[in-house]
Design a protein around this ligand. Structure first.
Ligand code: AP5
Ligand code: MG
Length: 219
């Protein structure tokens, strides 16, 4: 099974993806995480991506499509993938279709996690991420057992550079203008499902899992 998880910044794409990839044995492909790794490694691509990310803007399509194409071509993706935060523009969605056709991969579902703007701001400004393994927490909604320490690996938690109120507002604008048009693109293909993301992490997960189980049953 191959799925796309979309939704505005802070809706819980990464949180749900962490669980879904375990439940359905999928490879997690998050373009945001790939850029953050490239920044950490100090690569040229990371340096370029950071210029856009720090402003809350999208990284140019040709860079994003290139890294996703390379990743999808690796053998481990044959068992199923979860795309988190990609595609984010119509151009990316069209480019993805071409890549998938070449690789003989079919998308089975596009799940959008939807949450109101005020709540997104609360979620993003309280988010903490493990510097070592990338696990995501929230200081109020999903706190680690020990303050600022990752439950899984003991790594230090940090706040993302783009999680300031100002940058989050810009990311939300960009989402509405550049990413929301892909909803229609996938609705036309009959793949789109919106889930109410303003519930507990467990409830949202149960909803998405039910939907995916039904699709698996059909396949
Ligand atoms: P990316 O890293 O993808 O960021 P994003 O889309 O803005 O989304 P986030 O990762 O911020 O939020 P999320 O939905 O994953 O929420 P999370 O689960 O962490 O992209 C970053 C940047 O990279 C972009 O701005 C762009 O510059 C660039 N980029 C990436 N992909 C690109 C592309 N395809 N094209 C061009 N540029 C690209 O949850 C958020 C918080 O809420 C956490 O604290 C969590 O614990 C909490 N939480 C989650 N679920 C719940 C719940 N149900 N109840 C309460 N709290 C919850
Ligand atoms: Mg994320």
């Amino acid at each position: 099974m191959n799925i796309i998880v979309m939704g505005p910044p802070g809706a819980g794409k990464g949180t749900q993806a962490e669980r879904l990839v375990k439940e359905f044995s999928l490879v997690h492909i998050s373009t945001g995480d790939m850029f953050r790794s490239a920044i950490k490694e100090g690569t040229e691509m990371g340096r370029k991506a950071k210029e856009y990310m720090d402003k809350g803007a999208l990284v140019p399509d040709e860079i994003v499509v290139g890294i996703v194409k390379e990743r999808l071509s690796k053998p481990d993706c044959a068992g199923g993938v979860l795309l988190d935060g990609f595609p984010r523009t119509i151009q990316q969605a069209e480019a993805l279709d071409e890549v998938l056709q070449d690789l003989n991969i079919t998308i089975n579902a596009v799940v959008s996690v939807d949450v109101e703007e005020d709540e997104l701001l609360n979620r993003l400004t309280g988010r903490r991420v493990c510097r070592n393994c990338g696990t995501t927490y929230h200081i109020k909604f999903n706190p680690p057992k020990v303050r600022n320490i990752c439950d899984h690996c003991g790594g230090e938690l940090y706040q993302r550079d783009d999680d300031t109120v100002e940058t989050v507002k810009e990311r939300l604008k960009v989402y509405k203008k550049q990413t929301m048009p892909i909803i229609d693109y996938y609705q036309r293909k009959g793949l789109f499902l919106s889930v109410d993301g303003a519930r507990s992490i467990d409830d949202v997960f149960a909803d998405i899992s039910d939907h995916l189980e039904k699709i698996k049953g059909r396949g």
